[in-house]
Design a protein around this ligand. Structure first.
Ligand SMILES: [Zn+2]
Length: 400
């Protein structure tokens, strides 16, 4: 049943609740009609009867209930198998030999053997960072780079330049392309000032070159769909949108979510010979049926789990089945490089633990559950699939 707020019960509240509060020991409710929601500040205590708390309610920031659930807990500080983080964003660590050493120690602590820097960096910076990694005795096989496509000013002559740069970047050691950022589709403009659509045919030569060069394309399109919705108290991402105003996509400034998905799917469909990895489970982790349909239609589409753990871990049975079904096309990736956050992923993937904390309250107001993946699936998600689709990654020394 869809419940809609109406203004009427609020008036009822003002008249009815005041006398109740004035009498200690009594807290009378208000009645609502079938299909109506309780007025603001009240909750449904019996069918169609709403009541207000007799104490001032805490804000969602301050309400941190201590769970009394007693259940087996199996924290997983290190991944069970050496992992490849396909969605890595180390930054300052890539700037010096000391930084690389520090990165190595952090990766050891969580059993990430190899991090793919998805920082969209081509050209001279790619050459410099690659040289630094190659010069490190301990890190030379533990960091690899995706290159970036400069999608600004697409127009006459753009494709030739972009393909030439891509070839140079492959020669310099790039193992793929990405992360193609969300600005592609949301805001990037062409040379003529119009929005660059994700399925713009002017870009076809670059996706064809990726297929020819056997480079996977790692692409982040749009954002969680709630970022396009009204920021009201029914929005799952209210807190995030309130914290980060630049994550709101008002309709008068940005294309709709569905348009971006359509353009992305057109791109994936038109280039079936190109291997795509759609980041963040394509922002369909909250609708695995939809993601499954896309992946069934298009075998060139792979996906990655960064920053959507809250959706995986809130549907442990469906997520388990999805990971088993698409075990050859899901890659581990973390996104934001915070070593202390990786163990939450390991725990969701590897255990059957119930109802445990997530690491970021503003993503999700709920708890997580383990999805208990079989070892064979874990190995594919942690490293096997990345090694297969990005053949330039260091291929030796991985578990059988
Ligand atoms: Zn990213």
């Amino acid at each position: 049943m869809v419940r809609r707020r109406t203004a009427v019960p609020f008036l009822v509240l003002s008249l009815a609740a005041l006398p109740a509060m004035a009498q200690p020991g009594r807290n009378q409710g208000v009645t609502i009609q079938p299909g109506e929601a309780c007025p603001p500040g009240m909750t449904e205590v019996r069918p169609r009867t709403c009541q207000a708390p007799t104490l001032p309610p805490p804000s969602i920031l301050d309400y941190r209930p201590r769970s009394t659930l007693v259940a087996p807990a199996h924290p997983v500080p290190k991944a069970k198998y050496p992992a490849i983080d396909f969605h890595g964003h180390p930054t300052s660590q890539l700037g010096s030999a000391e930084g690389l050493d520090e990165l190595g120690r952090a990766l050891d602590g969580i059993n990430v053997r190899l991090i793919v820097a998805a920082n969209n960096v081509p050209g001279e910076a790619l050459v410099r960072q690659t040289a630094l990694v190659q010069a490190s005795a301990t890190m030379k096989d533990r960091v690899r780079f995706l290159t970036g496509i400069d999608l600004r000013n697409v127009g006459p002559g753009w494709a030739e330049r972009a393909v030439a740069q891509l070839e140079a970047d492959v020669a310099a050691g790039a193992v793929g392309i990405g992360e193609v950022g969300k600005g592609f589709g949301l805001s990037l403009k062409k040379a003529d000032g119009t929005r660059l659509a994700i399925d713009d045919p002017a870009l076809d030569p670059i996706w064809q070159a990726a297929a020819r060069l056997k480079l996977p394309v790692f692409i982040h399109t749009a954002d969680p769909q709630e970022f396009w919705q009204p920021i009201d108290f029914e929005n799952e991402r209210w807190l995030e949108l309130a914290l980060f105003p630049n994550r709101r996509y008002p309709a008068d400034q940005f294309p709709p979510f569905e348009q971006l998905m359509t353009e992305r799917d057109n791109l994936l469909r038109r280039h079936r010979g190109t291997t795509f990895v759609i980041a963040h489970m394509g922002w369909h982790a909250n609708d695995l049926g939809r993601l499954g349909k896309l992946m069934e239609e298009l075998p060139n589409v792979h996906t990655e789990v960064g920053a959507v753990l809250y959706d995986i871990g809130r549907q442990p049975r469906a997520a388990h089945d999805f990971f088993v079904k698409f075990q050859d096309r899901i890659l581990f990736g973390k996104d934001s490089f915070q070593p202390e956050e990786y163990p939450y992923y390991w725990r969701v993937f590897e255990t059957r633990d119930d109802y445990f904390d997530y690491y970021r309250d503003y993503h999700a107001s709920w708890k997580l559950y383990g999805i208990d993946l079989p070892d064979a699936v874990l190995k594919k998600v942690y490293f096997g699939n990345a090694l297969r689709i990005a053949s330039r990654l260091p291929q030796s020394g991985w578990p059988k």
